[in-house]
Design a protein around this ligand. Structure first.
Ligand SMILES: [Zn+2]
Length: 103
């Protein structure tokens, strides 16, 4: 599961970089919005994803909240829990995403 969590963290980091570039372009009067949303909303969405990821990062190891609820996947599944699997959905077309991670 660590590989999937690391993949998700990397994608959020990439999004933050893109939103930072958008904010810089907006401030300099050259707004392009590579992500098709404004940078402020993009930053808030990255914060949301990071918080959800942090809450569920141990799911599937026996120590996560979804393990307690009986809603996690077995360790060999790599996705951890349905919440983490869904968190990966925006990134299915990014390099490194494995089709077995689909929710
Ligand atoms: Zn979970």
């Amino acid at each position: 599961m660590d590989r999937f969590v690391q993949f998700l963290r990397r994608q959020i980091h990439i999004d933050l970089e893109l939103h930072g570039q958008d904010r810089h372009d907006e401030e300099s009067g050259n707004a392009v919005h590579r992500c098709h949303i404004g940078p402020q909303r993009g930053f808030r969405e990255c914060e949301l994803k990071t918080r959800v990821l942090t809450q569920h990062q141990d799911c599937g190891t026996g120590r996560g909240p979804c393990d307690v609820l009986g809603d996690s996947y077995p360790p060999e599944d790599q996705r951890g829990c349905p919440t983490l699997a869904l968190l990966g959905l925006p990134y299915v077309d990014r390099p490194g995403y494995a089709s077995r991670w689909l929710p």
